[in-house]
Design a protein. Structure first.
Length: 245
């Protein structure tokens, strides 16, 4: 980041996190198990076979995962799957269903236990927030917003209100310079009519006072707006637990 002239604080790490909320840990785990059971067996076994580098259809589906010999398959992926089976005491069928569903970062528990996990990640600088994934809608979203978010706010690690009107502002990121614009224009105001005229086609400014109208560079999706008083950046979902800075 420093070599690119950017601060390390300007790189935000937001891992995807699958959340299943219950009034008790047992209830949350039962919800996850029910969701995993909906995965088609053939597809689940195929996913497990790919992860292990071995034909999992030959294993006893209701028995523990047997010892898996080395193969040319990715060792790190293979070891993660084996560790998951051992840690959660999963049968081959349960492991296959887990991989056939969602095999990434998951937090399954009560509002308090999920908040504990998120707090540990955030306060240890393991990440700057999470992209929340819900098991189903709208119930999964309602559970998270109604139960987990208030607990995160109580602990002071989730905002009470948005800091700005754009995703960039809410992430606390400055707007970098744009090599296609004059440096004075990037600062936000047009100092001269000649520069404003030169830039009108690119940024779509028309019929405004070049001395007072903030110009906006093209948005990240290469779209542009005709006026400088509207920012097209997308607001972040209200369920992103970004730590208070």
């Amino acid at each position: 980041m420093e070599k690119a002239g950017r601060s390390r604080d300007h790189m935000k790490i937001l891992p995807a996190c699958f959340v299943v909320v219950g009034d008790t840990v047992e209830e949350a785990r039962a919800k996850r198990a029910m969701l995993d059971s909906l995965v088609d067996d053939a597809n689940a076994i195929a996913s497990l076979s790919i992860a292990l580098g071995h034909d999992a259809s030959q294993f006893d589906p209701d028995g523990p995962l047997p010892d898996i010999p080395e193969s040319n398959q990715s060792k790190s992926a293979r070891e993660r799957v084996i560790a998951l089976a051992r840690r959660d005491n999963l049968t081959v069928r349960q492991l296959a269903q887990r991989l056939g569903g969602y095999g990434g970062l998951a937090m399954v528990g009560t509002a308090a236990t999920i908040a504990d996990e998120m707090e540990e990640w955030l306060l240890s600088d393991a990440c700057d927030g999470f992209i929340i994934m819900f098991p189903y809608l709208p119930g999964g979203l309602d559970d998270f917003v109604g139960k987990v978010v208030p607990e995160l706010q109580r602990r002071g690690i989730f905002r009470q209100e948005y800091e700005g009107a754009t995703l960039r502002e809410n992430l606390g990121l400055p707007r970098p310079g744009n090599r296609f614009f004059e440096k004075d224009v990037v600062a936000g105001l047009v100092p001269a009519i000649s520069i404003a005229k030169a830039q009108r086609k690119t940024i779509g400014v028309a019929g405004t006072s070049p001395a007072t109208t903030p110009l906006m560079a093209q948005n990240d999706d290469n779209s542009s707006r005709a006026k400088g008083d509207q920012n097209p950046a997308v607001m972040p979902p209200a369920v992103w637990p970004l730590p208070a800075r």
